[in-house]
Design a protein around this ligand. Structure first.
Ligand code: KG4
Ligand code: ZN
Length: 350
C-alpha cells in the first residue's frame, strides 16, 4: 500500500511472455531508465509462440537488459560508478504473473538474486495490475477515484472498479476468448498474420470506412445486465461470412473491429454510470487500438469524465508500469514467499 516512505527509485523487471524488460522509475511515475528486448520475430516465423523458445530468449536477454538499464540510470543521474547507481535503488519489483511459467521464472529468479545480493526489498507485482498503472507513468494530472478500469490484452479482458490505489472490485470479464485473442485468431483466419495479427486486422479495418456486410456480425452479450464478455462466437461468424466470398477482407475486418468495440464501449459505459466513476482508465495491448481509443474518448466526453489511456508503447508489455504498480500499491514480501504464478487473475494478490 502507498506509504509516506515509499521507495524513491524502483528497479523493475518484466518477463511474462516474449518481452524481456527492465526499468527504473522515480516516485512511481518519472521514467529514469528503461530497456526492452523481444523474441517476437521468432514467434512470427513459427506462426505462434513456442513457450520453450520464449523462455530460452528470456535467459539470453535478461542480463544484457539489466546491464543496459543500470548503465542508462547511472548516466541519467550523472554517477561515476555502477556501485553508486546500485546504492541509489531503494527497491526491486518484478511481475510474477500471469504469463508463461518458463518466461516468468527468468525474471522472478533474477529479481530474487539481485534482491539478495544487494540486500534490497523486492515487491511482487501482478502483471495485469501493471497494465492499469501504465496510466500513472509521466501522468501530470491527479487521477480521481472511483475509476472504472478496462484491461484488454492478449490473454485478458477485465472490467474493474478502482476505488483507490490497490483497492479493486471485480465487475466482469471474458467468459471465453480475450479481446486480443479474438483479434489474433480472426486475423489468422483472414490470412493477416499468424502471430499478434490483431494489429494487421485493425489496419485492414481502417481501410474501410463503413462495412457493407448485410447481416452484421454478432455483438455478444451487449444487452445482458452483467459485465461479462464473450468473443469466441465472433470467430465462427467471421468464418461463415468469409467462406461466402461475398465481402472484402476490409469489410469483414471493419465489422469485426466494430463488433468488439461496440460491446467494450457499451459495457464500460454502463459501469461508468452505475458506479458514478470520476475517471476511466484503459490498459493492455488492445488499448493500442485506434478505433477503441477514439470511441472511448467520445463516450467519456459525453459523460464529462476524463479518459486515461497510455501512449501506445506503454500499452504493450514493458517493465515501466511494473515499477509504477509496485510504488502505488505494492508491498515487499520475503524472498522465499515470492513465486512465479502463471495463472494469477486480476484480483489475486501477487
Ligand atoms: O498486453 P499485451 O502486450 O500482451 C498480453 O499481456 O497479452 O497484448 C497483446 C495483444 C495481442 O493480442 C495483440 O494482437 C493485441 O494486443 N493488439 C491489438 C493492437 N495492438 C496490439 N489488437 C487490436 N488492435 C491493435 N492496434
Ligand atoms: Zn500484458
Amino acid at each position: 500500500m502507498y506509504m509516506q516512505d515509499n521507495p524513491k527509485y524502483i528497479l523493475s523487471i518484466e518477463s511474462s511472455c516474449d518481452e524481456t524488460a527492465a526499468a527504473v522509475l522515480e516516485n512511481g511515475s518519472i521514467l529514469q531508465a528503461a530497456s526492452l528486448a523481444t523474441s517476437e520475430e521468432l514467434h512470427q516465423a513459427t506462426g505462434g509462440i513456442v513457450p520453450e523458445i520464449a523462455a530460452r530468449k528470456q535467459v539470453e536477454f535478461i542480463v544484457p537488459v539489466l546491464h543496459d538499464t543500470l548503465t542508462k540510470f547511472q548516466n541519467k543521474l550523472g554517477l561515476s560508478t555502477r556501485e553508486e547507481a546500485i546504492q541509489k535503488i531503494d527497491a526491486l519489483a518484478v511481475a510474477v504473473g500471469p504469463g508463461l511459467i518458463g518466461s516468468l521464472l527468468v525474471g522472478v529468479e533474477a529479481a530474487k538474486a539481485l534482491a539478495v545480493a544487494w540486500d534490497k526489498p523486492l515487491i511482487p507485482v501482478n502483471h495485469l495490475v501493471g497494465h492499469i498503472y501504465a496510466n500513472f507513468v509521466n501522468q501530470p494530472k491527479t487521477i480521481e477515484f472511483p475509476a472504472i478500469v478496462l484491461i484488454v490484452s492478449g490473454g485478458h479482458t477485465d472490467l474493474v472498479l478502482m476505488r483507490n490505489h490497490g483497492d479493486f472490485v471485480y465487475l466482469g470479464g471474458t467468459l471465453d476468448d480475450a479481446a486480443g485473442e479474438a483479434f489474433d485468431k480472426t486475423a489468422r483466419m483472414l490470412g493477416l498474420g499468424d502471430y499478434y495479427g490483431g494489429v494487421n486486422l485493425s489496419k485492414k479495418a481502417a481501410m474501410c470506412e463503413k462495412s457493407d456486410l448485410v447481416t452484421k456480425l454478432p455483438r455478444a452479450k451487449i444487452h445482458d445486465a452483467d459485465y461479462d464478455f464473450s468473443f469466441s462466437g465472433l470467430k465462427t461468424a467471421v468464418k461463415r461470412i468469409y467462406d461466402q466470398h461475398a465481402y472484402s477482407v476490409e469489410s469483414i475486418a471493419r465489422d469485426f473491429e466494430d463488433s468488439i468495440v461496440d460491446v467494450l464501449i457499451e459495457k464500460t459505459q454502463r459501469a461508468v454510470l452505475e458506479y458514478g466513476a470520476k475517471s476511466l482508465l484503459m490498459g493492455g495491448g488492445v488499448a493500442a487500438n485506434t478505433t477503441l481509443r477514439a470511441r472511448m474518448q467520445l463516450m467519456c466526453d459525453k459523460h464529462l469524465i476524463p479518459f486515461y489511456v497510455p501512449p501506445i508503447n506503454l500499452c504493450t508489455d514493458n517493465a515501466i508500469y511494473i515499477a509504477s504498480a509496485a510504488y502505488f500499491c505494492g508491498t515487499p514480501k520475503p524472498i522465499n514467499e515470492i513465486q512465479a504464478n502463471p495463472s494469477l487473475g486480476i484480483m489475486d494478490k501477487p
